[in-house]
Design a protein around this ligand. Structure first.
Ligand SMILES: [Zn+2]
Ligand SMILES: [Zn+2]
Length: 258
């Protein structure tokens, strides 16, 4: 199994997973050109993709879909409400394979488990992708971690966890009106660095090896703040077997192999 975060931040999210039989994107929140360039940097191309999994319809998760799918007809895996909202937002129709939120399905040799997350979209989900080599959890875009969410990602060997903002930087930010700050901070907004640290502690297991910190706000966070908040907590609980790594919107992460 080879896993590469092509980019992650509040302005764009896209990851690539490859197993023996299956090649997938998880979200497509960069331009098609960017996605193509970043795939090329790991010697891959959109032409060989078997599908694109969508967490929800916000533009930082779907921006590249229209151009990518218009030419290549890559099937999209999402729930019905996300399909409707995505097609409406992009003014295009897609070849969608619909799953029920909370359900599971096989995509080639990847077993995809889906679960609901509290976020201000139509029907947002997280994923646990089970492969023969190990499990990858996706937990971004959520205002708080429910007991269900914690249970569903606990089998992960690799976890992508949202560290959206530093609470002080968000409070002091002068660009965002009060109402937007309230939305971000709400139970259906985004996880702060400290909230993510608490999630990391609650889902910790002997099997977790890699923790990616994702979806950082450009204005209201810094990679070193996110890393310090989570890595300190991981150290405090003695989980020295887990590697904590921040991700970037500007460039892809090194490929992780299991
Ligand atoms: Zn997002
Ligand atoms: Zn979102």
């Amino acid at each position: 199994m080879r896993f590469t975060i092509l980019g992650s931040g509040s302005g764009g999210n896209c990851a690539y997973l490859e197993t023996d039989d299956t090649r997938l994107l998880i979200d497509a929140g960069f331009s098609a050109k960017q996605i193509r360039q970043r795939l090329a940097s790991i010697e891959r191309s959109p032409e060989t993709l078997h599908g694109i999994l969508l967490t929800h319809e916000h533009s930082d998760h779907i921006q590249g879909l229209a151009v990518l799918c218009a030419r290549l007809q890559i099937p999209i895996y999402c729930n019905r409400l996300t399909q409707d909202a995505t097609e409406h937002a992009l003014g295009a129709r897609f070849d969608c394979r619909i799953f029920q939120t909370g359900g599971a399905f096989d995509l080639g040799d990847v077993h995809v488990e889906t679960f609901s997350v509290p976020h201000d979209a139509q029907d947002p989900v997280g994923f646990l992708l089970r492969t023969a080599a190990g499990n990858i959890g996706f937990l971004t875009d959520l205002g708080h971690a429910t007991r269900l969410v914690l249970e569903r990602v606990r089998p992960a060997n690799v976890l992508v966890l949202e560290t959206n903002h530093d609470e002080h930087l968000l409070q002091e930010d002068t660009k965002r009106p009060w109402s937007v700050k309230q939305r971000i901070l709400s139970r259906h907004g985004h996880l702060s660095n400290d909230a993510a640290a608490a999630v990391a502690e609650q889902v910790m297991s002997a099997e977790l090896r890699q923790l990616y910190l994702g979806h950082l706000s450009r204005d209201c966070n810094r990679p070193e703040l996110a890393h310090r908040a989570v890595a300190t907590r991981v150290q405090q609980i003695g989980a020295t077997h887990v590697r904590v790594e921040t991700t970037s919107q500007e460039h892809r992460s090194p490929t992780f192999e299991l």
